[in-house]
Design a protein around this ligand. Structure first.
Ligand code: TEU
Ligand code: CA
Length: 599
């Protein structure tokens, strides 16, 4: 190691193999809001096909479609009524096959969303199941008799709270006089995975799509599929209500791993498919490795949630709380290190259809200039970490959260539930039938799921930003005149072009995808900086100013001693010579390369 007195920084992990998805960048499409081809106001498959050149130009490798199956859309397609048919809103199976072929012809892959913790209440399985207590499919879902309270009143089988609010996780069925479990909305009954017939039916769906030539799955809410034996009551954490948070009881139970291995061996393992499991409430410990370690045969990677929950008040749906940069650094450092040291694999994301826009949460949307700079800074952040990279539609434009909507304009079921429950409580407490609720806007503007779901702004000078020639199913983010794809593609200095360049740099620099991660200056409140080191490729240093201020940053000794450090890319034009102290401008990001340093 020339030019340094330090010992090797890392013992490199030689365990990971070279599967195609490791170096891939996945682009997540929310089909309803992507591109409408026939003027009905709803994005569709043909619209996606028309944008393949745009996606190819950006440089992504895999497209992930949020659910496009038949669904009554109580939770926007995450309530599936028929897993093997396309919702007519989006097109036909022939359209989908054409999409698959066009994506493959363009040299990209296609993955789909698999939602099997629950079905829709309109799924044939559930219709049968609820039809009578002796129906052969009764046991495909969780049915339980009522519990009788002290005053003879009918109570749900236990005190679990729904994940989507503060009410019960159980729903009473008048017809068959029992409760069914539904962790999410009442239109999303949980499947009973204890029943082997259910597991076989799920395997059949997965193989159906793999046989059709898809390249993998994002698997929804998958750590919810095992339920604790006996459905014990949750301890009382919130004395103000009967229903209690019960995630610690129903998430990550042992049986989940048995079911996942069985599923994997019967399906994914037989194809060269990639899998990413969505798993809220999994910490960076052995628990995470249990899902992703290659020796486990469960998933290739998971979506961990710790950074997404950093600004959420625990046990609230959308309650916002301030966060500090050192905490974010620790979260990423833990995940990067855990996977590197144990041969697991990370997924890298800061946005999806359930989240506010990253530039508004982790950067700044206060001025157009800051938005632009901080969106680029966040792009450099994500694309210089180890793992498979995910970009959510619009993130490549630096789209920000919606400003200026009134409470009544929000659509999403989580937001509506949040408002309704707060309102009911306020009415009870104040006796005012029409209490002022406008204070909730602060939380919703920051964390509401609608922020990620507004239609894609394709151009600044057509009605509805060129998303549709009709009436869009959901209003657009009002800022589309300044933030749209046509403007971004045509401007060399845009966020889009910055992403494109970062993906290009990443694709030819193994250190960024595979290297070890070493956090620098962990306590610094404004600068997030780290080294990336690989045994056979050049090392990198990334320096990110997570603030609107000018910062004089002393380069820590372990990064200073390394030889021949030079600037590769950043979001400002001119950058001073590398030295012991760097002057960082607001939201500045810099990527450095060490010419002679391997580990
Ligand atoms: O999300 C799972 C999940 O845990 C979410 O409930 C998340 O915590 C919430 O959206 C935060 O506001 C998946 C899907 O991504 C989501 O769109 C679905 O609503 C949910 O599953 C139910 O299928
Ligand atoms: Ca349409």
């Amino acid at each position: 190691m020339p030019g340094t007195k330090n010992p090797p920084l890392f013992i490199p992990n030689t365990n990971v193999d070279s599967r195609w998805w490791r170096e891939a960048t996945v682009y997540q499409i929310y089909p309803r809001s992507f591109c409408d081809s026939n003027g009905d106001g709803i994005g569709d498959i043909n619209g996606i096909i028309s944008k393949i050149p745009y996606l190819k130009n950006l440089g992504v490798d895999v497209l992930w479609l949020c659910p496009i199956y038949v669904s009554p859309q109580h939770d926007m397609g995450y309530d599936i009524a028929d897993y093997k048919s396309i919702n007519p809103d989006y097109g036909s199976m022939e359209d989908w096959e054409r999409l698959r072929d066009e994506v493959h012809r363009a040299g990209m892959k296609l993955i789909m969303d698999l939602v099997v913790n629950h079905t829709s209440i309109e799924h044939a399985w559930f219709i049968e199941s609820r039809s009578s207590r002796v129906n052969p499919k009764r046991d495909w879902y969780y049915w339980r008799p009522a519990r009788i309270g002290e005053d003879g009143e009918r109570l749900p089988p236990n005190n679990w709270r729904s994940f989507f609010g503060t009410g019960s996780a159980w729903e009473w069925d008048e017809g068959s006089q029992e409760f069914y479990l539904r962790i999410f909305t009442k239109e999303q009954p949980d499947l009973n995975w204890e029943n082997p017939e259910v597991r076989t039916a799920v395997q059949d769906i997965v193989n159906f799509w793999l046989e059709k030539g898809i390249d993998g799955f994002r698997v929804d809410a998958i750590n919810y599929i095992g339920k604790p034996p006996g459905f014990p009551d949750a301890a009382i954490a919130d004395p103000s209500t009967y229903y209690q948070p019960a995630m610690h009881l129903y998430l990550n139970v042992d049986a989940v791993h048995t079911y996942l291995r069985e599923l994997n061996l019967a399906t994914f393992a037989k194809y060269d498919a990639m899998t990413v499991g969505e798993t809220p409430y999994v910490p960076a410990t052995q628990m995470a490795l249990d899902y992703v370690h290659p020796s486990r045969n469960e998933f290739d990677m998971i979506f961990q949630w710790e950074h997404m929950d950093i600004d959420r008040i625990p046990d609230t749906l959308l309650g916002w709380k301030p966060w500090a940069l050192p905490e974010l650094k620790q979260i990423f450092s833990r995940w990067q290190t855990l996977m590197y040291e144990h041969g697991g694999w990370n997924s890298l994301y800061m946005e999806n259809h359930d989240q506010g826009r990253s530039v508004s949460r982790f950067g700044s949307d206060r001025t157009p200039e800051f938005r632009d700079l901080s969106a680029k800074m966040l792009a450099m952040f994500l694309s210089t970490l180890s793992g498979t990279l995910y970009i959510f539609q619009g993130q490549e434009l630096g789209m920000a959260n919606i400003k200026g909507w009134k409470l009544e304009e929000y659509n999403d079921v989580v937001t509506l539930t949040y408002i309704r429950e707060k309102k009911e409580r306020r009415i009870r407490e104040t006796n005012d039938p029409n209490p002022d609720m406008s204070d909730l806007l602060n939380d919703i503007q920051r964390k509401g799921r609608d922020n990620g779901r507004t239609p894609m702004p394709w151009t600044g000078n057509a009605p509805h930003a060129g998303f549709t020639t009709g009436t869009p199913w959901m209003a657009l983010n009002p800022d589309f005149a300044v933030c749209n794809a046509a403007a971004a593609v045509g401007d060399k200095t845009s966020v889009f072009q910055f992403w494109k360049e970062m993906l290009h740099i990443r694709s030819s620099w193994k250190t960024l995808v595979y290297g070890a991660f070493q956090l620098l200056a962990p306590g610094d409140m404004r600068v997030f900086a780290y080294l990336r080191v690989h045994p056979r490729a050049k090392a990198a240093m990334v320096v990110l100013n997570f603030s609107s201020e000018r910062v004089e940053w002393e380069v820590p000794e372990e990064a200073c001693n390394l030889a021949n450090c030079h600037h590769v890319f950043g979001n400002y034009n001119s950058v001073e010579e590398f030295g012991a102290c760097l002057i960082l401008r607001p939201w500045e990001c810099r990527l450095y390369k060490y010419e002679h340093l391997h580990s």
